[in-house]
Design a protein around this ligand. Structure first.
Ligand code: DX5
Ligand code: ZN
Length: 219
């Protein structure tokens, strides 16, 4: 699945740009929520998520890079989120947070920063729909993909298979046409891309190239 991240979109043309990626075969819309505490940047909150929900039929994939995510679960549910992902580093009672997300009818995901080991998933893997591996340090779009992420994806894929789970692996940060094939072959099911899509001269063409690369790598 391909999940364009609107962090890199032109917010003056948000409706038009979302409609372009939707028509070009996006599977999800990725929304990056940053609070200026968990990450050194501020992006947008539930009001924008609600607006995006009005602009598209696609499921919303909301990535919370915030402290105290538990305070905001209702807001993101009401805004129309399908997948709600929290960072393990921000959740002292992770199992409770994940259960609260599911209770509210959303699909829970957990995310790991690049330096957080997979062992942080031991107790929670069986309870989430997706694991989002960060392939850059979270906070900004347009950073360079950290190549060590590939080995982490392969190990996570084995961990999921050995437990007979169906957990989706999502990768976020520095994803572009040069690494998409390797990522899919390593086991990634959801690719997030911001600047490689919304920063392209022709967004629709960038989407086509991504989808062609994904299809090729799946064969
Ligand atoms: C980074 C965000 C990403 C970001 C990806 O903290 O979580 O979703 O939008 O942007 P690119 O694809 O430009 O690296
Ligand atoms: Zn993200």
């Amino acid at each position: 699945m391909l999940a364009p991240s609107i962090l890199a979109a032109d917010f003056a043309k948000l409706g038009a740009q979302i409609s372009v990626v939707e028509k070009a075969g996006a599977d999800l819309i990725h929304l990056d929520i940053m609070d200026g505490h968990f990450v050194p940047n501020i992006s947008f909150g539930p009001a924008i998520v609600k607006t995006v929900h009005r602009l598209t039929q696609l499921p919303l994939d909301t990535h919370l890079m915030i402290e105290n995510p538990d305070f905001f679960l209702d807001d993101f549910q009401k805004a129309g989120t399908t997948y709600l992902t929290v960072h393990v580093e921000a959740c002292p009672l992770l199992d409770r947070t994940v259960a609260s997300i599911r209770q509210r009818g959303m699909k829970p995901g957990v995310s790991l920063k690049p330096e957080t080991p997979l062992s942080a998933l031991e107790g929670i893997l069986a309870h989430v729909d997706l694991v989002l591996l960060m392939s850059v340090n979270p906070g900004f779009g347009g950073q360079k993909f950290i190549p060590e992420t590939l080995a982490k994806i392969r190990s996570l894929n084995e961990m999921i298979a050995s437990r007979n789970l169906k957990t989706l692996i999502e990768v976020d940060g520095g994803v572009d046409e040069s690494n998409v094939a390797d990522l899919v072959k390593a086991g990634v099911r959801v690719l997030v891309a911001g600047s490689a899509i919304f920063g392209a001269k022709d967004i629709s063409q960038a989407m086509d190239a991504f989808r062609a690369n994904i299809a090729l790598a799946q064969n």
